[in-house]
Design a protein. Structure first.
Length: 164
């Protein structure tokens, strides 16, 4: 019997970077530049600018995973707290909410990304009851590349990263 929530994911990533909060915020809030430093971010296309704080901005993302598939979705910014929080909803091959949290601790910038999504691709949903651990591993591998890429881009050191 198939679990109705087998295609739902709650994923959390934590990066600790020796870089100024302002610079990390700037890098994350300009996703059209992510393909320059984040392996796996294949293409980001800005669809709408949003208001002066960024709310309403939208982008279409195409991610090339470690596994042999791509995912495309549109993200729209729904909430911004300058240098503290950036939240958006996604639609497409993934649907749900992603939220970036920013903080400073002991001279480091701490970035926590929380991803509450579900897959919509039929083949992924059919495999999810068995392949969910592999899909989670794949997400964590992409986020690991993001943390390493961000540190390189910042000319900084990635002190630690964790995923759950």
């Amino acid at each position: 019997m198939r679990n109705n929530n087998s295609n739902h994911y709650h994923l959390v990533t934590l990066w600790r970077v020796d870089a100024p909060l302002e610079a990390v915020w700037d890098a994350i809030t300009h996703p059209e530049c992510w393909p320059d430093w984040w392996e796996g971010a294949e293409c980001v296309v800005r669809l709408a600018e949003g208001d002066e704080s960024g709310v309403g901005a939208s982008q279409r993302y195409t991610w090339k995973s470690v596994l042999p598939y791509r995912l495309t979705f549109v993200s729209r910014v729904t909430r911004v707290e300058h240098q503290r929080l950036l939240e958006g909803c996604v639609e497409g091959e993934l649907e749900g909410i992603g939220c970036w949290h920013f903080d400073r601790d002991n001279g480091q910038t701490v970035v926590r990304y929380e991803w509450k999504v579900r897959t919509t691709r039929r083949w992924m949903n059919l495999l999810a009851p068995f392949a969910k651990p592999i899909f989670r591993w794949n997400h964590h591998a992409l986020m690991r590349e993001g943390g390493l890429g961000l540190a390189r881009y910042m000319h900084a050191r990635l002190r630690s990263q964790a995923s759950s």
